[in-house]
Write a protein that binds this ligand. Structure first.
Ligand code: NAD
Length: 348
């Protein structure tokens, strides 16, 4: 494989392949850019079809973290880790200890935290081997509720911009994925008076959403063409792709999932269809904002974290305004704004 020629290789500063035969650990840590501070981003545990898929994921996700942290106004660069394999079969104390040692060996250029299939208990084990970990219980804790808050406020910003509405009552939202973030987001949307259409591979979560929020359950493939105002991708990436792009009836796409667009071209295609896209790494920055306050030298403060997460509303409004004024897709505009911030960081 010609690594440096990979489409998703973006001059990443460091990519580390880690393995520990005794525990079955196979992981990749990618540090994309440290112009603004140490690379920070969660660790995802996923049963990839092959190692190339895992590499692509970590390269894209770590770059996304550079842009996300810049747009969130954090003094952090971009990094991410993936652990390869089935978490149900592989998870063990020894494996997370091995991962902790791997993170430690990167020497503070990468701070890890929770992402898909990783809990605060897992991170506590990682912390037994390295200080370069955040999102710990008793400190900033699980980032998901902050991600849900930021996503909720981002949906409010998008609704205000696109539909001119200040409140969400009567709004219809399709939520794809009822995990740590998606479920909490549903609770907030329901409390704000929105009606919900949901899907997930987890029947228990679906049943709970139906009974707690009166959510309508639909099959996995039926979530895209629901007659709703907002489509909110909260599962894995690439929900907006060549197949789904023609199915959407929603006029807003705003959710917490990372890498929502399967390809860069979908940004322009959404604009052409008159669909307002809330760039994923801007709307889902709540968790990393909370985590950042644990990494910073000052003691962690929940109120401060909440205030910073609330800024996501205004950051997104700026992106929407700029995109409209310049007649550009929102994703491109967010990238341009992030790159400006990173360039300024490089010059400091
Ligand atoms: P999670 O693992 O708790 O939830 C993911 C949910 O998606 C699960 O309920 C799972 O059953 C469901 N799912 C999986 N495949 C699906 C499919 N094909 N269709 C519908 N549902 C499916 O993860 P999470 O922490 O809630 O994160 C969700 C997304 O948000 C991920 O893309 C993650 O990278 C991103 N994100 C999370 C955070 C955070 O703070 N946890 C922060 C930023 C971004």
């Amino acid at each position: 494989m010609a690594f440096f020629d990979l489409v998703d290789f973006d001059d990443h500063e460091q990519v580390v392949f880690c393995s520990d035969k005794a525990t079955g650990l196979k992981a990749i840590i990618a540090v994309h850019n440290t112009a603004l501070g140490p690379g920070a981003g969660g660790c995802r545990f996923w049963d990839y079809d092959n190692d190339e898929q895992a590499l692509t994921d970590v390269l894209r996700l770590s770059k996304g973290m550079t842009y996300k942290n810049a747009m969130a106004g954090l003094k952090l660069g971009g990094g991410k880790a993936v652990i390869i394999g089935n978490p149900k079969q592989l998870k063990s104390t020894a494996l997370f200890e091995a991962f902790g040692r791997a993170v430690n060996n990167v020497g503070g250029r990468y701070y890890t935290a929770e992402d898909v299939n990783i809990t605060t208990s897992d991170m506590a084990i990682v912390n037994s081997q390295t200080e370069f970990v955040a999102g710990l219980d008793g400190k900033s804790g699980n980032p998901a509720p902050f991600t849900a808050l930021g996503t909720f406020l981002g949906i409010k910003a998008a609704v205000k911009f696109k539909l001119g509405k200040d409140d969400l009552s009567g709004l219809k939202v399709a939520v794809q994925g009822l995990g740590s973030v998606g479920y909490d987001l549903c609770a907030k949307l329901h409390a704000a008076g929105a009606s919900l259409v949901v899907t997930d591979i987890n029947q228990e979560a679906l049943d709970k959403a139906a009974s707690e929020f009166g959510a309508t359950i639909v099959a996995l493939d039926d979530i895209y063409h629901q007659d709703v105002d907002v489509f909110s991708p909260c599962a894995l990436g690439a929900s907006v792709n060549d197949v789904t792009i023609d199915l959407f009836k929603a006029s807003i796409i705003a959710g917490c999932a990372n890498n929502q667009l399967a390809a860069a071209k979908h940004d322009q295609l959404l604009k052409d269809k008159g669909i307002l896209y809330a760039p994923d790494y801007v709307i889902n920055a709540g968790g990393i904002i909370n985590v950042a306050l644990e990494i910073y030298p000052q003691p962690y403060c929940e109120n401060e974290a909440t205030k910073l997460v609330e800024k996501i509303y205004h950051t997104l409004m700026n992106v929407f305004d700029k995109a409209a004024n310049e007649n550009k897709p929102t994703g491109i505009v967010a990238d341009e704004m992030a790159r400006e911030i990173i360039t300024r960081g490089n010059q400091d």
